[in-house]
Ligand binder design. Sequence first.
Ligand code: ATP
Ligand code: MG
Length: 237
Amino acid sequence: MNKEIAIKVENLSKHFGKDENLVRVIENASFEINKGELIALIAPSGAGKTTLLMMIGCVEEPSAGNIWLGDKKVYENKWITKDTRRIRREKIGFIFQAHYLIPFLNVIDNVTLLPQSNGVSEEDAQAKAMELLEYFDIADKAKAMSSQLSGGQNQRVAIARALANNPEIILADEPTAALDGERSVSVIKMLKQIALEQNVAIIAVTHDERILPYCDKIMKIENKAIVFEESNKETLI
Ligand SMILES: Nc1ncnc2c1ncn2[C@@H]1O[C@H](COP(=O)(O)OP(=O)(O)OP(=O)(O)O)[C@@H](O)[C@H]1O
Ligand SMILES: [Mg+2]
């Protein structure tokens, strides 16, 4: 089977500020990530992990380069479409370190919010949300408020929410940082399963070495460049 490219980046650069305040974060990065892959992104604090995710997610504008999401070119020295929000909504699911569920909505309403604002009917959005909540073993909390759930439960809901739109790409910025070791591994195993079963490309920023063996590749930012390492999966056996 041919590997399908989910993300392609060419000569991507990003700097902030100018003159004496110029900060170069990423320089001339080129790489491809295939559908079905779970990539761990590791680099020291301030190296540019969040900046890179936000450029791929069409949130932060690059300084130069090209970005394709699937077969659609979204950036060529400027955004190709003005409506980057629409690309985000259609193609990308975000998961953050803090779950950012809306506290005054119950679990299922948090999951159905985006699909419904994208024009999916309430009935279809609810059906899909229940399917996801069942998949993540949290359907019994569908009517509970986020504040009544544990950290791990909320993070499972946040992952369900990121998937509710059938994204091609999931960008996760330290999705396990608020969780203990065992729960971190279980969240990463879920992400791996999603990548495989739904043919989604996932980039997960992490500082947690324990979850690296579950990832397909490790992406690092070294001297403003992107480098890849194969994950050492033997350590799992
Ligand atoms: N809006 C901004 N304006 C100016 N500089 C910024 C801005 N956003 C990020 N930076 C700088 O870009 C660099 C990369 O920041 P980024 O948040 O991507 O790092 P990170 O790898 O995600 O770090 P952490 O592990 O601490 O989350 C840092 O030096 C930061 O100060
Ligand atoms: Mg960050």
